[in-house]
Design a protein around this ligand. Structure first.
Ligand SMILES: [Zn+2]
Length: 250
Protein backbone atom coordinates (compact mmCIF):
# COMPACT_ATOMS: atom_id res chain seq x y z
CA UNK A 1 0.00 0.00 0.00
CA UNK A 2 2.88 2.39 0.86
CA UNK A 3 4.38 1.80 -2.62
CA UNK A 4 1.04 2.47 -4.31
CA UNK A 5 0.71 5.76 -2.40
CA UNK A 6 4.27 6.74 -3.35
CA UNK A 7 3.54 5.97 -7.03
CA UNK A 8 0.50 8.25 -6.94
CA UNK A 9 2.57 10.97 -5.25
CA UNK A 10 5.25 10.72 -7.92
CA UNK A 11 2.59 11.58 -10.54
CA UNK A 12 0.83 14.26 -8.47
CA UNK A 13 1.12 17.98 -9.13
CA UNK A 14 -1.22 19.38 -6.48
CA UNK A 15 -1.50 17.64 -3.12
CA UNK A 16 -3.59 18.59 -0.09
CA UNK A 17 -2.65 17.46 3.41
CA UNK A 18 -5.36 17.85 6.04
CA UNK A 19 -3.94 17.45 9.52
CA UNK A 20 -5.35 17.21 13.03
CA UNK A 21 -4.09 16.61 16.53
CA UNK A 22 -2.81 13.13 15.61
CA UNK A 23 0.08 14.57 13.59
CA UNK A 24 1.32 16.38 16.69
CA UNK A 25 0.86 13.35 18.94
CA UNK A 26 4.31 12.18 17.78
CA UNK A 27 5.67 15.49 19.10
CA UNK A 28 4.26 14.59 22.50
CA UNK A 29 1.21 16.83 22.33
CA UNK A 30 -2.16 15.78 23.68
CA UNK A 31 -5.30 17.00 21.96
CA UNK A 32 -7.63 19.29 23.84
CA UNK A 33 -10.65 17.82 22.18
CA UNK A 34 -11.27 14.42 20.74
CA UNK A 35 -10.19 10.94 21.66
CA UNK A 36 -7.29 10.78 24.04
CA UNK A 37 -7.72 14.47 24.65
CA UNK A 38 -6.59 16.34 27.68
CA UNK A 39 -10.14 17.05 28.75
CA UNK A 40 -12.00 14.30 26.95
CA UNK A 41 -15.45 13.95 28.47
CA UNK A 42 -14.42 15.76 31.62
CA UNK A 43 -15.63 18.90 33.26
CA UNK A 44 -13.43 21.74 34.40
CA UNK A 45 -12.88 22.75 38.02
CA UNK A 46 -15.53 25.41 37.44
CA UNK A 47 -18.06 22.63 36.75
CA UNK A 48 -18.51 23.62 33.11
CA UNK A 49 -17.50 21.79 29.99
CA UNK A 50 -14.12 22.54 28.45
CA UNK A 51 -15.95 23.66 25.31
CA UNK A 52 -17.76 26.30 27.33
CA UNK A 53 -14.60 27.39 29.17
CA UNK A 54 -12.86 27.79 25.81
CA UNK A 55 -15.74 29.59 24.11
CA UNK A 56 -16.03 33.08 22.70
CA UNK A 57 -18.91 34.03 25.03
CA UNK A 58 -16.90 32.85 28.07
CA UNK A 59 -13.88 34.89 26.95
CA UNK A 60 -16.05 37.98 26.76
CA UNK A 61 -17.71 37.48 30.17
CA UNK A 62 -15.02 35.65 32.22
CA UNK A 63 -11.74 35.88 30.30
CA UNK A 64 -9.76 34.62 33.30
CA UNK A 65 -11.50 31.23 32.96
CA UNK A 66 -10.80 30.97 29.24
CA UNK A 67 -7.22 32.06 29.80
CA UNK A 68 -6.70 29.47 32.55
CA UNK A 69 -7.33 26.68 30.03
CA UNK A 70 -5.62 28.42 27.13
CA UNK A 71 -2.54 28.67 29.35
CA UNK A 72 -2.71 24.94 30.10
CA UNK A 73 -2.85 24.18 26.38
CA UNK A 74 0.05 26.52 25.72
CA UNK A 75 2.04 24.89 28.51
CA UNK A 76 1.57 21.42 26.99
CA UNK A 77 2.69 22.79 23.59
CA UNK A 78 5.74 24.53 25.07
CA UNK A 79 9.01 23.15 23.79
CA UNK A 80 7.31 20.72 21.39
CA UNK A 81 9.29 20.16 18.20
CA UNK A 82 8.00 19.17 14.76
CA UNK A 83 8.31 15.44 14.09
CA UNK A 84 9.06 13.28 11.04
CA UNK A 85 5.50 13.68 9.71
CA UNK A 86 5.75 17.49 9.67
CA UNK A 87 9.18 17.15 8.04
CA UNK A 88 7.83 14.76 5.39
CA UNK A 89 5.24 17.33 4.29
CA UNK A 90 7.97 20.00 4.05
CA UNK A 91 10.05 17.57 1.96
CA UNK A 92 7.15 17.03 -0.45
CA UNK A 93 6.30 20.74 -0.54
CA UNK A 94 9.82 21.38 -1.84
CA UNK A 95 9.58 18.73 -4.57
CA UNK A 96 6.02 18.83 -5.87
CA UNK A 97 4.60 21.78 -7.83
CA UNK A 98 2.03 22.61 -5.14
CA UNK A 99 1.43 21.24 -1.67
CA UNK A 100 -1.11 22.83 0.68
CA UNK A 101 -1.49 21.93 4.34
CA UNK A 102 -4.85 22.57 6.00
CA UNK A 103 -4.49 22.08 9.72
CA UNK A 104 -6.84 22.10 12.68
CA UNK A 105 -3.86 22.46 15.01
CA UNK A 106 -3.02 25.68 16.82
CA UNK A 107 0.48 24.53 17.83
CA UNK A 108 2.31 26.17 14.92
CA UNK A 109 4.40 23.02 14.25
CA UNK A 110 3.85 22.97 10.47
CA UNK A 111 5.35 26.45 10.15
CA UNK A 112 8.07 25.59 12.66
CA UNK A 113 8.99 22.61 10.47
CA UNK A 114 9.28 24.89 7.43
CA UNK A 115 5.95 24.46 5.60
CA UNK A 116 5.08 27.62 3.70
CA UNK A 117 1.64 26.88 2.30
CA UNK A 118 -0.34 26.37 5.49
CA UNK A 119 -3.92 27.24 6.35
CA UNK A 120 -4.36 27.24 10.12
CA UNK A 121 -8.14 26.99 10.11
CA UNK A 122 -8.35 27.31 13.91
CA UNK A 123 -5.71 30.02 14.12
CA UNK A 124 -2.49 29.95 16.10
CA UNK A 125 -1.75 30.00 19.82
CA UNK A 126 1.39 32.09 19.47
CA UNK A 127 -0.15 35.29 18.18
CA UNK A 128 -1.86 37.55 20.68
CA UNK A 129 -4.10 40.46 19.83
CA UNK A 130 -6.26 43.02 21.56
CA UNK A 131 -9.96 42.73 20.69
CA UNK A 132 -10.47 46.37 21.69
CA UNK A 133 -7.67 48.34 20.00
CA UNK A 134 -6.11 45.86 17.57
CA UNK A 135 -2.67 45.69 19.21
CA UNK A 136 -0.93 42.47 18.13
CA UNK A 137 2.24 40.60 19.01
CA UNK A 138 3.83 37.23 18.29
CA UNK A 139 4.91 35.28 21.36
CA UNK A 140 7.30 32.36 21.68
CA UNK A 141 5.94 31.34 25.05
CA UNK A 142 3.57 32.52 27.75
CA UNK A 143 6.00 31.44 30.48
CA UNK A 144 6.43 34.23 32.97
CA UNK A 145 3.57 36.31 31.51
CA UNK A 146 0.90 37.87 33.63
CA UNK A 147 -2.33 35.99 32.85
CA UNK A 148 -4.73 37.05 31.58
CA UNK A 149 -2.31 39.30 29.69
CA UNK A 150 -3.24 42.99 29.62
CA UNK A 151 -2.94 45.02 26.43
CA UNK A 152 0.08 47.33 26.78
CA UNK A 153 -1.73 50.01 24.78
CA UNK A 154 -5.23 50.10 26.25
CA UNK A 155 -5.35 47.71 29.21
CA UNK A 156 -8.02 45.38 27.77
CA UNK A 157 -7.32 41.65 27.95
CA UNK A 158 -5.38 40.20 25.04
CA UNK A 159 -6.45 36.95 23.41
CA UNK A 160 -4.63 34.45 21.24
CA UNK A 161 -5.56 34.35 17.57
CA UNK A 162 -7.28 30.99 17.95
CA UNK A 163 -10.86 30.21 17.04
CA UNK A 164 -12.68 29.60 20.31
CA UNK A 165 -15.75 27.39 20.54
CA UNK A 166 -18.91 29.15 19.34
CA UNK A 167 -16.84 31.43 17.13
CA UNK A 168 -16.86 31.53 13.34
CA UNK A 169 -13.92 30.27 11.36
CA UNK A 170 -11.68 33.00 9.94
CA UNK A 171 -13.11 34.23 6.63
CA UNK A 172 -9.74 34.76 4.96
CA UNK A 173 -8.67 31.17 5.72
CA UNK A 174 -11.94 29.75 4.40
CA UNK A 175 -11.67 31.80 1.21
CA UNK A 176 -8.10 30.62 0.66
CA UNK A 177 -9.24 27.03 1.10
CA UNK A 178 -12.17 27.48 -1.30
CA UNK A 179 -9.89 28.95 -3.94
CA UNK A 180 -7.48 26.05 -3.63
CA UNK A 181 -10.32 23.51 -3.78
CA UNK A 182 -11.74 25.22 -6.89
CA UNK A 183 -8.38 24.77 -8.60
CA UNK A 184 -8.48 21.13 -7.57
CA UNK A 185 -6.07 18.60 -6.14
CA UNK A 186 -4.88 15.34 -7.56
CA UNK A 187 -4.23 13.69 -4.22
CA UNK A 188 -5.72 14.31 -0.76
CA UNK A 189 -4.31 13.08 2.57
CA UNK A 190 -5.88 13.28 6.00
CA UNK A 191 -3.49 12.72 8.90
CA UNK A 192 -4.52 12.32 12.52
CA UNK A 193 -7.88 14.00 12.32
CA UNK A 194 -11.05 12.48 13.71
CA UNK A 195 -12.80 13.91 10.62
CA UNK A 196 -15.80 15.32 12.44
CA UNK A 197 -15.81 18.86 11.05
CA UNK A 198 -17.48 19.48 7.66
CA UNK A 199 -14.59 21.62 6.38
CA UNK A 200 -12.25 18.69 7.07
CA UNK A 201 -14.49 16.05 5.53
CA UNK A 202 -15.66 18.06 2.50
CA UNK A 203 -12.35 18.13 0.59
CA UNK A 204 -12.11 14.36 1.00
CA UNK A 205 -15.69 13.82 -0.17
CA UNK A 206 -15.01 16.07 -3.19
CA UNK A 207 -11.90 14.04 -4.00
CA UNK A 208 -13.81 10.76 -3.72
CA UNK A 209 -16.52 12.08 -6.05
CA UNK A 210 -13.91 13.23 -8.58
CA UNK A 211 -11.97 9.95 -8.45
CA UNK A 212 -8.96 11.70 -6.88
CA UNK A 213 -6.83 9.31 -4.79
CA UNK A 214 -7.37 9.73 -1.05
CA UNK A 215 -5.19 8.57 1.83
CA UNK A 216 -6.07 8.47 5.49
CA UNK A 217 -3.42 8.02 8.17
CA UNK A 218 -4.86 7.41 11.61
CA UNK A 219 -4.28 4.62 14.14
CA UNK A 220 -8.00 4.83 14.95
CA UNK A 221 -10.69 4.33 12.33
CA UNK A 222 -12.88 7.32 11.47
CA UNK A 223 -16.05 7.73 9.38
CA UNK A 224 -13.76 8.28 6.36
CA UNK A 225 -11.71 5.10 6.76
CA UNK A 226 -13.97 2.80 4.77
CA UNK A 227 -14.30 5.29 1.91
CA UNK A 228 -10.71 6.39 1.24
CA UNK A 229 -8.58 4.61 -1.35
CA UNK A 230 -5.76 4.00 1.11
CA UNK A 231 -6.33 3.68 4.84
CA UNK A 232 -3.14 3.36 6.90
CA UNK A 233 -3.80 2.46 10.56
CA UNK A 234 -0.47 3.94 11.63
CA UNK A 235 0.93 6.86 13.57
CA UNK A 236 1.71 9.95 11.50
CA UNK A 237 5.50 9.90 11.79
CA UNK A 238 5.84 6.19 10.96
CA UNK A 239 3.45 6.39 8.01
CA UNK A 240 4.84 9.57 6.47
CA UNK A 241 8.45 8.43 6.89
CA UNK A 242 7.63 5.19 5.08
CA UNK A 243 5.80 7.06 2.31
CA UNK A 244 8.72 9.46 1.76
CA UNK A 245 11.19 6.55 1.71
CA UNK A 246 9.09 4.81 -0.95
CA UNK A 247 8.68 8.10 -2.87
CA UNK A 248 12.46 8.51 -3.01
CA UNK A 249 12.72 5.07 -4.61
CA UNK A 250 10.18 5.87 -7.36
ZN1 LIG B 1 -5.64 47.22 23.36
Amino acid sequence: MIEAIADQLARARRVLFITGAGISADSGLPTYRGTGGLYDGRHTEEGISIERALSGPMFRSRPEITWKYLAQIEETCRGAQPNAAHAAIVYLERRLPYVLTLTQNVDGLHRAAGSREVIEIHGGLHELYCPRCGYAEAVETLAGRQLPPPCPDCGAILRPAVVLFDEALPVAALERLDTALDEGFDMVFTIGTSATFPYIVQPVVMALQDGVPTVEINPTRTPLSEHVDFYLPLGAAAAMSAIVDAYERT
